[in-house]
Write a protein that binds this ligand. Structure first.
Ligand code: FES
Length: 158
């Protein structure tokens, strides 16, 4: 240790070092747990129950929702594994389609669900969420995803 460092900082176990130790914590403050984030997102979506974490989905499927989280007649956007899907519940059965409207990219999960039909919030094209067929432009369709309920979990094949 040079005399200049000693002059500026003091001795390693001296009074200044001890005072620095009081003002600078040696262990970082605890960070918020990431587990809290999904619950906050589910609440923000208006979902009443969180997706079960103790379910093993079938091969190729991902758990997306608790089976009772979404009310009948509702549709929501869920991003799972980097893919945005729209999940709807109709008469107790869940359906999943691509979230992006082929017309101009509207988010179908933010659309209005009437019966089997979701209306895109951007320009009003209608899609049948059970088949993916577009009712407005018959040559167009959205991708559908297979859905299975395992225990309390709604699982979607991605
Ligand atoms: S983006 Fe969906 S109808 Fe235009």
């Amino acid at each position: 240790m040079s005399w200049l460092t000693l002059l500026l900082n003091g001795r390693p176990n001296g009074l200044r070092a001890r005072l620095r130790g009081r003002s600078t914590p040696t262990t970082p403050a605890p960070r918020p747990t990431p587990a809290a984030a999904p619950e906050a997102a589910e609440k923000a979506l208006g979902l009443s129950k969180e997706a079960p974490k103790d379910v093993n989905p079938p091969d190729g499927f991902e758990v997306v929702l608790h089976k009772d989280a979404l009310e009948d007649g509702r549709i929501i956007e869920i991003i799972i594994g980097g893919t945005a899907i729209a999940v709807a519940r109709i008469a107790g059965v869940h359906y999943a389609v691509a979230n992006t409207c082929p017309h101009a990219g509207g988010p179908l999960g933010d659309g209005k669900l009437t019966g089997n039909h979701v209306t895109c919030p951007y320009h009003g094209w209608k899609y049948d969420v059970t088949t993916g067929a577009c009712l407005t432009q018959p040559t167009v369709s959205v991708k559908t995803y297979r859905v299975q309920v395992v225990g309390d979990a709604v699982c979607v094949e991605l």
